[in-house]
Design a protein around this ligand. Sequence first.
Ligand SMILES: NC(=O)c1ccc[n+]([C@@H]2O[C@H](COP(=O)([O-])OP(=O)(O)OC[C@H]3O[C@@H](n4cnc5c(N)ncnc54)[C@H](OP(=O)(O)O)[C@@H]3O)[C@@H](O)[C@H]2O)c1
Length: 428
Amino acid sequence: MVFEFVFVVVVLGLINYGLYRFLYYSWEEGKPLQYKNVDKLNGKTVLITGANCGLGKATAYDLADRGARVILACRDRERAEAAAEDIKRGTGNEDVSVVILDLSDLDSVKAAADAVLEKYDRLDILINNAGIGLNDEKVTKQGFDMIFGTNHLGHYLFTQLLLDLLKKSAPSRIINVSSEALWAVWGKLDYQPISEDGTTKFPKLQGYPISKLANYYHAMALAEELNGTRVTANAIHPGMVKTQIANRVCANKLKVFLNKIFSGLSTMFGRSAKYGCQTIVYMAVDPTLVSVTGKYFANMKYAPERLSKLARDKEEWDKLSKFSYEMCQDYLPAKPSVDKDTTIEKMEGRKDDKPEMKAESLSIKQIIEMKPEEIRPFSLETCVEESEGESPSASLNKPRAEFIVAKEDPVFPPSPLDEPIWKPVVAN
Ligand SMILES: NC(=O)c1ccc[n+]([C@@H]2O[C@H](COP(=O)([O-])OP(=O)(O)OC[C@H]3O[C@@H](n4cnc5c(N)ncnc54)[C@H](OP(=O)(O)O)[C@@H]3O)[C@@H](O)[C@H]2O)c1
């Protein structure tokens, strides 16, 4: 009898505690946020995917209000034009335009990127925001799971196609809108190309949490790929926001029921899109973040502690990156071949007030063989890029890596969130 009583008390206690944590979490995640900085973005070009409603539209409004040229990349022209008109009317900024982009169709993604490259000469901020959580269509035009294909693969290709423009406009920023839902992925992503019903190419890459984990991995892989280019890539979680994401039409009753719970909670506790977009705006605008890359932010704060163990697994980012490249290869330009015997100048320095610089010649073959921590400041692409400028290495009149400019550039200081990445010079 006593045992049963204690058992019931413990179980009820645990249920109450769980409920309390859950409601407290929802309340915390839904508190209004306000980014106080009023910096203008005149002269900057921003592109936001899925900007006809919800977080995307609220972000577009805020950035247009700061004077940026804003491009809304949306799948439905009518809805997108209506949003552009609203934003123009509300902010007085006439430089708001629309590009048609359906992320569930890689042909449309390629066409949208081509349109951007043709029409705009710079891109300072790319915000990969569009997303679905509920859908009736099972697969994308190219046969990937609809949610994974839209939320991740479409954004992967779009970003790859715009990288040169972002590099040309550097310092520039890529912001991936991920979600705390990434915690709901238990096992590593399974890339087995087995079709269960003859339609989905990769049946284990399904559902919202996997797509949001992929948004995070994508940002991390980009940060690494773009090291030394002054293009940053970060992922964010916007909190719990009252939008349409959980209210879309879907025939699957169970999914609709689960989404109704989320929708009910976000109606009760969630912040409006105007407050929900503040973390995205912060990442796009804040001057202290100019060189911060490869990081996860939530509620306007650097939040590595909010990542799951699986999210922190670097091998998984690399796997997804390789997979995504292979799946989109037909739409991407061939990678430039590099003469591995090209000799470049290598410079090392220390992260302090008076960095000591040292130059030596290395072939690309030697660089490839270096340990990862040694090659961190290099990427094959930046190694072969020749540039002339005011940096100390210019006088040496040799090809040099972009990262050396970054080190000397006051506009792109070392990230305040990083450990020093510049190794002390090893004299030999
Ligand atoms: N709301 C939250 O609490 C919350 C929490 C964490 C993360 N997020 C993330 O925030 C982002 C924005 O979501 P939201 O809450 O603002 O939802 P939303 O109001 O439903 O907006 C989603 C946007 O994505 C667009 N979209 C959907 N499929 C598309 C496609 N195939 N091609 C191009 N655009 C497409 C939608 O366009 P249509 O109007 O044409 O469908 C819409 O503009 C998503 O990535 C979501 O995962 C939201």
